[in-house]
Design a protein around this ligand. Structure first.
Ligand SMILES: [Zn+2]
Length: 83
């Protein structure tokens, strides 16, 4: 039996739609395939399993749950500021 588990590192940027707080998070994503061929993705931060940031995420400032996910590097352009 061969269980193929691929591990990739992905960083996401998040913006709270309620208060505008923006932050980034880096995750290790491990994909595994179960007996029925379904792919599961598990998210880890520092080797600790965490809920998927894509479905369960919360703003740490206002605790709002309406989070917009951006690609890394787009946080800065989301808040227009020229310096
Ligand atoms: Zn917020």
């Amino acid at each position: 039996m061969t269980m193929k588990a691929e591990s990739i590192h992905e960083a996401y940027s998040f913006v709270c739609l309620r208060c505008g707080h923006a932050w980034e998070g880096a995750y290790e994503i491990r994909h595994s395939v179960d007996g029925q061929g379904r792919v599961h993705a598990d998210y880890y931060v520092h080797s600790l399993k965490v809920p998927s940031p894509l479905t369960a995420n919360r703003c740490r400032v206002c605790r709002g749950s309406r989070i917009r996910i951006l690609r890394p590097g787009r946080v800065r352009s989301a808040s227009p500021r020229s310096d």
